[in-house]
Design a protein around this ligand. Structure first.
Ligand SMILES: [Zn+2]
Ligand SMILES: [Zn+2]
Ligand SMILES: [Zn+2]
Length: 314
């Protein structure tokens, strides 16, 4: 019976896992997992309290009650001991890992970037030329800040510019809130005005918290982009076998600076430039000057490419 219980679970978990993907909608939203996932689920069918409880509430006149209790005990103890004790070993053997946060971050950065471009395009359409230039600058900067912050989380070894911003701004908000509370305690400001001001500070702090908690994605393998069909540029550009040549951003080193954040390499000519979170953004400048479409990340452990023209990972 113990053997039958274990085998039966393997027999139904596999067909159910893959049969549900025959429905096109399910397959599109949740692609079929590798065989390792149903294999693991098959092995996690430990029987326990419910089986035992069920058998003990059998009425005393049930035929073969003693035998049924014995079977329940054997199955419960057997699945717990055999499957429970070998589960960690199975997880290691199947090399199953939790969802890779770095891969999610990469996809998130690409989407923020796409959205930010549309926001900037809308800004360009709205501008009449009469707006104060510093306001326009702030709007442009604001549109790209969020995308830049997500890109920075990739490959970050030291504190990124966004993280420095979040850390210092959080301390400023603490001081601002303390001052508002002083005003409250003195009774000089009406309640609804206090609530409005404190609410605004809370909202900004919440956004900062989210940036801070999303920092430092860990990973064991090389970070690659999810395979997609890509665009003509990605298909035409070389694979990722050429390692970066120079020791830093070409443009920054020429002017004696070393304050870049991350490095990107042009896959057309090999130019090594700094990312959009770096002060001088040489990789982007190189694309604008030369029209070379595709770059790769030149950060250690990262092997993803980016098409500037189509704003696409590949
Ligand atoms: Zn492209
Ligand atoms: Zn640079
Ligand atoms: Zn180039």
């Amino acid at each position: 019976v113990l053997g039958a219980v274990i085998v039966l679970r393997v027999v139904w978990v596999f067909p159910v896992t893959y049969a549900s993907r025959l429905v096109p909608r399910v397959a599109r939203n949740d692609p079929a997992p590798s065989w390792r996932v149903p294999a693991l689920i098959s092995w996690t069918g430990m029987r326990g309290v419910v089986t035992l409880a069920a058998v003990f509430v059998l009425p005393p006149e049930t035929p073969q009650r003693e035998t049924l209790i014995l079977i329940a005990l054997v199955v419960t103890a057997g699945t717990l001991l055999l499957q429970g004790s070998t589960l960690p070993w199975l997880v290691r053997r199947l090399e199953l890992a939790g969802p890779d946060r770095a891969v999610d971050t990469l996809a998130e950065a690409a989407l923020f970037q796409r959205a930010a471009r549309q926001g900037l395009a809308e800004l360009d359409r709205l501008l009449t030329g009469d707006e104060p230039p510093d306001v326009v600058d702030r709007l442009r900067r604001r549109g790209l800040d969020r995308a830049d912050a997500v890109w920075e989380r990739l490959g970050a070894t030291s504190e990124t510019p966004s993280a420095v911003y979040a850390r210092l701004r959080a301390r400023m908000i603490d001081a601002e809130r303390a001052e508002v509370l002083v005003a409250r305690d003195s009774g000089e400001v009406p309640d609804d005005i206090l609530r409005t001001v404190l609410g605004a500070l809370d909202v900004e702090e919440t956004v900062l918290d989210r940036v801070a908690e999303m920092n430092s994605a860990e990973r064991s393998d090389e970070l690659t982009a999810a395979r997609a069909d890509g665009c003509a540029h990605l298909r035409a550009s070389p694979a990722l076998d050429r390692p970066p040549q120079a020791e830093g951003c070409t443009g920054c080193l020429e002017v004696g600076r070393r304050d870049w954040v991350h490095l990107r390499m042009c896959l057309t000519c090999g130019y090594l430039g700094c990312c959009d979170s770096s002060p001088l953004r040489h990789a982007d400048e190189h694309h604008i000057e030369r029209r070379h479409p595709v770059m790769r990340s030149a950060e250690p452990g990262e092997a993803w490419r980016w098409c500037y023209v189509d704003e696409l990972l590949g």
